[in-house]
Write a protein that binds this ligand. Sequence first.
Ligand SMILES: NC(=O)c1ccc[n+]([C@@H]2O[C@H](COP(=O)([O-])OP(=O)(O)OC[C@H]3O[C@@H](n4cnc5c(N)ncnc54)[C@H](OP(=O)(O)O)[C@@H]3O)[C@@H](O)[C@H]2O)c1
Length: 239
Amino acid sequence: MSSLKTRTCLVTGATRGIGRAIARMLAMEGARVAICGRNPDATAAAAEQLTAETGNKVMGKAADVSEYTQVVELFEWLGKELGSLDVLVNNAGIGIFGGVGELSLEQWKHTLDTNLSGPFYCLRQALPGMEARGNGHIVNVGSMAGTHAFAGGAAYNASKFGLTGFTDAAMQDLRKKNIRVTYVMPGSTATEFGGGDPQAGADWKIWPEDIAEVVRMVLQMPERTLVSRIEVRPSRPKS
Ligand SMILES: NC(=O)c1ccc[n+]([C@@H]2O[C@H](COP(=O)([O-])OP(=O)(O)OC[C@H]3O[C@@H](n4cnc5c(N)ncnc54)[C@H](OP(=O)(O)O)[C@@H]3O)[C@@H](O)[C@H]2O)c1
């Protein structure tokens, strides 16, 4: 089992939900953790609370991963504060749902820019440091919606199906450089995703902490082994 202690990690979209649970797990393990979210106040508050909860300094900077210039600034800041990354967790994502005929151009673009281009932008900025050191681990948080389409999911499904293909191709490219890429595909998870209430369905949904456990297991694998894809489902779906 490979230790997470002192590994340098960025978790995107970690002000709440799955990203926050992953950041908390990493900080508890003694990793050096940075987080981002779009809202500056929420990002600063989350970093402060995670630091207090874990006794390990968690750093935060506001950045919108759908904007390449903001991702570049985020990585410049990271480079100064923490150096190059050992672990990038591409978690930030949004859910805009609606029939294909009702989707606005803005909703379509916003979804694709955040859920698909965001992970590419972050990977692009993380890669030179990982290549220079000859190792690294990138975890992309996709979704079961990345292989299973549903009515009302046109934009979301397109973004996550795209992320499935992107992640598989990146995994094939980078494993030769000792950079592991893992795709974690949660099903329904009790968070505020898509404007949801994290308490609603908490009796049957996956909890964010459970996804964090999956990420812990993946990152602790010996360097010889790459867990390339994991599906995570509620044991007993509601319908
Ligand atoms: N919950 C589920 O049922 C479920 C199922 C499958 C997959 N997932 C995936 O899991 C990931 C996390 O979702 P979640 O359930 O934890 O949702 P959530 O509770 O809504 O949290 C999303 C996080 O991402 C941040 N974020 C959103 N857009 C961003 C952007 N452009 N740049 C930077 N940060 C951004 C949010 O902060 P700000 O709003 O402040 O930016 C927040 O911290 C997503 O990729 C989602 O697709 C969720």
